[in-house]
Design a protein around this ligand. Structure first.
Ligand code: PRT
Ligand code: ZN
Length: 285
């Protein structure tokens, strides 16, 4: 039986969430991430633990069939890979930042300036698109200190909360791209491997969907039932069962996390009582 191999970051910001995703998909790995390789005993998958920067190349060269890596790294490496799923974690943006003391008007100001970054390819493409003629200085780490020590006039780096910029006296002036962890592949997998990938994606989607949905149970007075049901449509439609107490029903449904509090407020206005909200482990629609 054929296996699918998946490149996962060995240790870093993506590692834990990548492994959690496999685990929640019911895929048990033999020996965690301590070794280079780890096979699953209940799914035809082998995890290969790598530096995140190497993952696009490994996938491109078909050393691994798929990989989980930041979209920023995929873009920087420039291999023609297919994003098969956006995974919603390790969200960040790649931005240009300037010393706080510099007044910022427009990108033209960067003409003739030095920009320090570890992502020269993304930056170069952006500068070409926006017709800015700046000098790119490649630094491999601690890019944020470059302006302070006179090595550059600006930086182009990953920003998440923005606190690293603030503590280095910098301000974000231009967001060049948004990024999140993605699953990538090099198209043209064998039919067997493609089938395993589809199975894996089916599970991952069910897990991810369950994360932003909640199961809700509540008691509704029968005379407001129609209005209450309109507020919570459910996957198909809500389940309604009579309560032992006359004039009341129990309503069960599924809510989207985004509209959760609004719906709860609305339900209370409509006289719903005994509202219970329960996490969902898997969700298959
Ligand atoms: O050892 P290896 O090469 O595998 O790992 P790495 O050190 O190169 O990468 P790692 O683990 O730091 O990050 C992996 C991926 O996580 C990145 O490629 C991004 O896609 C994503 N990610 C999400 C981040 C951040 N958020 C993040 N905040 N990567 C880095 N940072 C750093 C950033 O460089 C800056 O120094 O955190 C700082 C900014 O954070 P804030 O919150 O202060 O703005
Ligand atoms: Zn790295």
């Amino acid at each position: 039986m054929e296996n699918i191999s998946i490149g996962i970051q060995k240790s870093g910001r993506l590692s834990e969430k990548s492994l959690d995703l496999l685990k929640e998909s019911g895929i048990i790995l033999a020996n965690g991430s301590r070794k280079l390789l780890s096979s699953s005993r209940n799914f035809p998958l082998e995890a290969v633990f790598l530096r995140d920067d190497d993952i696009p190349q490994y996938v491109f060269d078909r050393v691994t069939d798929v990989g989980i890596v930041g979209e920023n790294v995929v873009r920087e490496k420039g291999h023609d890979l297919q994003i098969v799923e956006r995974l919603g974690f390790a969200r960040c943006r790649m931005s240009i930042a300037l010393p706080r003391s510099v007044d910022f008007g427009s990108l033209d100001q960067l003409n003739g300036k030095r920009i320090a970054t570890s992502y020269p390819n993304i930056l170069e493409t952006f500068l070409a698109e926006t017709h800015v003629d700046a000098e790119i200085h490649v630094i491999s780490g601690s890019v944020e200190i470059a302006p302070g020590i006179g090595l550059a006039d600006a930086i182009f780096d990953i920003v998440s909360t923005g606190s690293t910029l603030i503590s280095n006296g910098l301000k974000e002036v231009e967001v060049v791209m948004e990024s999140e962890a993605v699953m990538v592949t090099n198209p043209g997998l064998s039919p067997d491997k493609q089938e395993i990938l589809e199975k894996l994606l089916f599970r991952i989607r069910a897990v991810r969907k369950s994360h932003d949905h909640k199961y809700i149970l509540l008691n509704a007075p029968n005379d407001r039932l129609d209005e209450i049901i309109k507020v919570i449509p459910g996957m198909k439609s809500p389940t309604v069962m009579p309560l032992a107490e006359e004039g009341w029903s129990s309503v069960h449904s599924v809510l989207n996390e985004n509209e959760f509090w609004e719906i709860i407020d609305r339900l209370r206005e409509l006289g719903a009582q005994g509202i219970l909200v329960i996490p969902i482990e898997k969700m298959i629609t």
